[in-house]
Design a protein around this ligand. Structure first.
Ligand code: B3K
Ligand code: ZN
Length: 856
C-alpha cells in the first residue's frame, strides 16, 4: 500500500487560528529517552477566526493526559495533531506528553547532541515537543521550568531561579528554545544606548571557552551597529548563545537564546580560516539582527519567510560592508548569489521570493528566499534612497512591533513614507526567474542612444511574466577611461527603456570618439546582463571604471571568455587577446592602490559550475571534464605569464607570524594564497610544500593543502589528518577538501574510502555535508560519465533520509542542474532521482525535492 501523496499548503488558503493565547507555561522533566513535558496554556477565542474548530499540532508525542479547566478530556488524535471540543469562552488547556530526545536523529524538536539537550523548532519542530498551534501567527509570552541534574539549564527570556525562565515578549512557538548540559560560559556585558545592562554568554563544552572571543566581539559590534544604523536596542537582561555540534544549519535566532552550529562560534587562528572568521561575524550578526526582524516582528505564515530572512540577510550584508570593505563584500555576495540563487532560478526548483505553495516548508529556506530576498530589499533602498528607506523601516518597527506580518504590511510602510506605488515592484516577490536585461547602443554624431530591454523567463508553473521594475545604475566612460557620466539610476520598468545621452554636453566640450557604458554598477539588480561589450571595452572598464564592482565584473568576464574559448577550441578572434587579458590582470594584481582582497577576487577564475552555466548560456552542452582541464590550463597559463609579479606579491603579502582576523590582514592572505594557487601545478609544488610546513594559521595551511591535493600530493593530506584528527571542526575541513580539491579522476575513490573512515560520523550534519558536499563541489567527479558519482550521492541521500530528512533534502539540490547535461548524463541523473523517489519510507522533505527536480 502506498502512502497518500502529501498535500501542498497554499498561501491563498490562509485563515487565522481559532484562538489567541494569553500565556504558555511549560515544565520539562528531562530524560534521554523519556522526557516529560507538561503544558498549561490559556486560550481565548480569536475574534478574527473564520473557523472555530480547535486543532493543536503534535507529532510523535505520547499523550499522557489532557484537561480543560481542570476536567480531564479525551482528544481525537491524528498523525499530525489533535482536535477536541472546547468551551465558547476562555479556557485553560493542560496536557502532559512524553518524548524521546535520544531517538531524535532528525535534529528537529528536542534532541541530544553529545550528552546535551537542545532544541530546533523553526519551522515546525515545536509540534514534536508538545501539542500546540505551531504556526507563526500565534504569539504568546512563555514561562519555562526545567528539571534536570545537568548544571546549565537555559530557555528564552530572563532567568528568575535556576532553570526557571520567563520571556515577556510574545513569540511564536518556532522561537522557543531549551538547552541543558554540562557547559561553560565565555561571558561579557553590553550596555545598551539607553543604559540597560545586558549579560552576554556564549555557552560551550568545557575546553572550548577560549575559542569564543571573536564571536563575542562580533556580537557586541552587532548590538551597537543595530542601535546606530536601525535604532534597535536589545530588550532582555541576558543574551545567550550556545554552540552545538549536531545542527542542521548555521544557527537559529530563538528569542534571547540563539543556538549555533559550533562551526559558526568557535575560532582560533590555528584552527579557523579567514573565511570562517568572516562567516562567524556574519552569522552572529544575522541571528542577533533577527531579534527585531523576525522575533519582535515575525511572519504571519511561512510564505512570508523572506519578510524576516531577506531583510535580515540584507542587514547582515550592510553590517559586514561597514565592518570590512563594501566593494569586496558586494563581490562576495554576488558570487554567492550567482552560484546558488541564479542556479536555482534557472532550474526546476525555481520559485518566488514569496512562494505560493509548499509541501514541506523546510525545503524553502533557499537562496531565493534568503539571497534574492535580500537583493529585493537592496533594490527598494536604491529606489527610495537611504533616508526614506530608514524612515520606512522606522514606521515598520513602530507600527508592527509584537505582530505577525506579511510582505504587504512591509511594503505599505514604504508606500506611505515615500508616497509611492510599489505594486510593480512587488513582482519581485511574486515572479520567479532571473530577468535578462539586454543593452544595445548606437552612436549618432554626438548622441549616444542606449536601449535597455528585459525579459523574465518562464519558470515551473509560471509560463508568462510581467515586466519587472529593475533599477539599473549606470555610468559612461570615454575610451581613454575618463568618466563622462557618473553613476545614475535608470528605471527599467517596461519591456524597453530608451535613453539618449548628449556626449558633447557630458564631456563639456568635444564628444569623445569612443564611449563605453558601465551598466548595472554595484550589481544594482539581480539580473543577467547581456551586452556586446568588446574585449577591448571590458579592458577599459577593468582599468578605469570608478565602480569597483564593474571593474571586477569586467575582469571576470574576460577570464571566463578565455576559458570558454579554450573549451570551444576557438582561437581568440585576435591571437594576442589572451595575452592582453593576462597583461590587464597583471596590471590590476600589482596596482598597490587597490585593496588586496579586491585584487584577490579579481584574479579569481569562475568556478567550474559557473563555466558550465556560461556554456549553457552560449548554447553549448557542458562537459565537466573538459571544463576542469581548461580551467586548470588557463590558471597555469596566467601563473606562468605573471610568474615574476605573482612571486613578488607572494612575498609582499606575507602577514608574518602574528595572526589577526581583521579584513586587511585577511585580504593580504587571500591575495597571497591566490598567487600561490596560480604559481603552483603538479610539477610546481615547492612553494606550497614550504607554506604547508611553515604555516602558523589555518588559512595558510589549508590553502597550501588544497594546492598540494590538487597537485596529487597525498602525503600532505595524511600529515594534516595526523595533526588534526582530534579537532572536529578542522577534520570537517579535511573531509571536504580531500574530495573537493582532489583531481577528479581520484575524487570518487577518495570519497568512497573516506566514507569508511573511523571519523566519518555520517549522522553529524557537518561531517556528512563535508564529505558529500566535497564530492558535489568537484563537478568533474560528481558528473563522472560512468554515473558512479550520482550513484554514490544517491545512496547516501537515501541513507541520510532515514535519519535526518532535512539534511538529505538540502544536499539533493546537487541534481537540480540535470537538464544542463548531455543525454547520457541526464539519463543517469534521472535514474538516481528515480531510485531516491522509490526508496522505502521516503520523507516528505526529500520526496518533494525529488519530485520537483524531476518536474513531476
Ligand atoms: N531562521 C533560521 C533557519 C531555520 C531553518 C529551519 N529549517 C536561521 C536563520 O536564518 O537565521
Ligand atoms: Zn535568518
Amino acid at each position: 500500500m502506498t502512502a497518500p501523496a502529501p498535500q501542498p499548503t497554499r498561501l491563498a488558503d490562509y485563515t487565522p487560528f481559532s484562538h489567541e493565547i494569553d500565556s504558555v507555561d511549560l515544565s520539562f522533566t528531562l530524560h534521554p529517552t523519556a522526557t516529560r513535558v507538561r503544558s498549561r496554556i490559556m486560550f481565548r477565542p480569536n475574534p478574527a477566526a473564520t473557523d472555530p474548530a480547535f486543532f493543536l499540532h503534535g507529532e510523535g508525542l505520547t499523550l499522557i493526559s489532557a484537561s480543560i479547566d481542570g476536567a480531564p478530556v479525551t482528544p481525537t488524535l491524528t498523525d499530525t495533531g489533535l482536535t477536541c471540543p472546547v468551551p465558547d469562552g476562555p479556557f485553560l488547556w493542560e496536557a502532559e506528553v512524553e518524548i524521546n530526545p535520544q531517538a531524535n536523529t532528525a535534529l528537529d524538536g528536542l534532541y541530544m547532541s553529545n550528552g546535551m539537550y537542545c532544541t530546533q523548532c523553526e519551522a515546525e519542530g515545536f509540534r514534536k515537543i508538545t501539542y500546540y498551534p505551531d504556526r507563526p501567527d500565534v504569539m504568546a509570552p512563555f514561562t519555562v521550568r526545567i528539571d534536570s541534574d545537568l548544571p546549565v539549564l537555559l530557555s528564552n527570556g530572563n532567568e528568575s531561579a535556576h532553570g526557571h525562565w520567563h520571556d515577556p515578549h510574545p513569540k511564536p512557538a518556532y522561537l522557543f528554545a531549551l538547552v541543558a548540559g554540562d557547559l561553560v560560559a565565555h561571558s561579557d556585558t553590553f550596555t545598551t544606548a539607553s543604559g540597560a545592562a545586558t549579560d552576554l554568554n556564549i555557552w560551550v563544552r568545557p575546553g572550548d571557552e577560549d575559542r569564543c572571543a571573536y564571536a563575542m566581539d562580533a556580537l557586541k559590534r552587532s548590538m551597537r551597529w543595530d542601535e546606530t544604523e536601525y535604532g534597535r536596542e536589545y530588550d532582555l537582561s541576558v543574551f545567550n548563545i550556545v554552540a552545538v555540534d549536531d545542527f542542521n544549519m548555521g544557527a537559529m535566532e530563538n528569542k534571547g537564546l540563539n543556538i549555533f552550529n559550533a562551526s559558526y562560534v568557535l575560532a582560533t587562528p590555528e584552527t579557523t580560516t579567514d573565511q570562517n572568521y568572516g562567516w562567524i561575524e556574519t552569522v552572529v550578526a544575522h541571528e542577533y539582527f533577527h531579534n527585531w526582524t523576525g522575533n519582535r516582528i515575525t511572519c504571519r505564515d511561512w510564505f512570508q519567510l523572506c519578510l524576516k530572512e531577506g531583510l535580515t540577510v540584507f542587514r547582515d550584508q550592510q553590517f559586514t560592508a561597514d565592518m570590512r570593505s563594501a566593494p569586496v563584500k558586494r563581490i562576495d555576495d554576488v558570487l554567492k548569489l550567482r552560484a546558488r540563487q541564479f542556479r536555482e532560478d534557472a532550474g526546476p526548483l525555481a520559485h518566488n521570493v514569496r512562494p505560493d505553495s509548499y509541501i514541506e516548508i523546510s525545503n524553502f529556506y533557499t537562496a531565493t528566499v534568503y539571497d534574492k530576498g535580500a537583493e529585493v530589499i537592496g533594490m527598494l533602498r536604491t529606489y527610495l534612497g537611504a533616508e526614506i528607506y530608514r524612515a520606512g523601516c522606522e514606521l515598520y518597527f513602530n507600527r508592527h512591533d509584537g505582530q505577525a506580518c506579511t510582505i504587504e504590511d512591509w511594503l505599505a510602510c514604504f508606500e506611505e513614507v515615500a508616497g509611492a506605488d510599489l505594486s510593480q515592484f512587488k513582482r519581485w516577490y511574486t515572479q520567479a526567474g532571473t530577468p535578462r536585461v539586454t543593452a544595445d547602443w548606437t552612436r549618432d554624431g554626438d548622441m549616444l542612444h542606449l536601449r535597455l530591454s528585459q525579459e523574465v523567463p518562464p519558470t515551473p508553473g509560471q509560463p508568462m511574466k510581467e515586466p519587472a521594475k529593475i533599477p539599473v545604475v549606470m555610468g559612461l566612460l570615454a575610451g581613454d577611461g575618463t568618466e563622462l557620466l557618473p553613476s545614475s539610476l535608470m528605471d527599467l520598468n517596461g519591456p524597453n527603456l530608451d535613453l539618449t545621452f548628449d556626449l558633447k554636453d557630458l564631456a563639456g566640450g568635444t564628444a569623445p570618439d569612443h564611449v563605453v557604458p558601465s551598466l548595472l554598477r554595484g550589481f544594482s539588480a539581480p539580473v543577467i546582463l547581456d551586452t556586446d561589450l568588446s574585449a577591448q571595452d571590458r579592458t577599459i572598464l577593468l582599468a578605469f571604471d570608478t565602480d569597483p564592482f564593474n571593474r571586477w565584473e569586467a575582469g571576470r568576464s574576460l577570464l571566463r571568455d578565455v576559458v570558454v574559448d579554450d573549451i570551444l577550441n576557438q582561437t581568440p578572434k585576435d591571437a594576442s587577446q589572451r595575452d592582453r587579458v593576462w597583461d590587464a590582470m597583471g596590471a590590476l594584481a600589482t596596482d598597490e592602490a587597490l585593496d588586496p582582497a579586491f585584487r584577490a577576487f579579481a584574479l579569481g577564475f569562475p568556478s567550474e559550475d559557473d563555466l558550465a552555466q556560461a556554456l549553457v548560456d552560449a548554447g553549448v552542452v557542458p562537459d565537466p571534464t573538459r571544463i576542469e582541464a581548461a580551467r586548470i590550463n588557463a590558471m597555469a597559463s596566467l601563473g606562468q605569464w605573471l610568474t615574476q609579479p605573482l612571486t613578488e606579491i607572494y612575498q609582499a603579502m606575507d602577514t608574518g607570524p602574528t595572526y589577526s582576523p581583521d579584513a586587511d590582514a585577511a585580504g593580504k592572505r587571500a591575495l597571497r594564497n591566490t598567487a600561490l594557487a596560480l604559481l603552483s601545478g603538479p610539477d610546481r609544488l615547492d612553494l606550497a610544500r614550504a607554506q604547508f610546513a611553515d604555516a602558523s594559521n589555518m588559512t595558510d595551511q589549508i590553502a597550501a593543502l588544497s594546492v598540494l591535493i590538487k597537485g596529487g600530493d597525498r602525503a600532505a593530506a595524511q600529515a594534516f589528518e595526523a595533526q588534526w584528527q582530534d579537532d572536529r571542526l578542522v577534520m570537517d575541513k579535511w573531509f571536504m577538501i580531500s574530495v573537493a580539491s582532489a583531481p577528479s579522476a581520484e575524487a570518487l575513490e577518495i570519497a568512497e574510502r573516506l566514507s569508511q573512515h573511523a571519523l566519518f560520523d555520517w549522522k553529524n550534519p557537518n561531517r556528512f555535508r563535508a564529505l558529500l558536499g566535497g564530492l558535489i563541489a568537484n563537478p568533474a567527479a560528481f558528473h563522472d560519465a560512468s554515473g558512479a558519482g550520482y550513484a554514490f550521492v544517491a545512496d547516501w541521500l537515501i541513507r541520510m533520509d532515514g535519519a535526518n530528512p532535512q539534511t538529505a533534502a538540502r544536499l539533493s539540490t546537487a541534481f537540480e542542474t540535470w537538464r544542463r547535461y548531455d543525454a547520457d548524463r541526464q539519463g543517469l541523473m534521472l535514474d538516481a532521482l528515480e531510485r531516491i523517489a522509490g526508496a522505502p519510507g521516503l520523507s516528505r522533505d526529500l520526496g518533494e525535492m525529488v519530485s520537483r527536480m524531476r518536474g513531476d
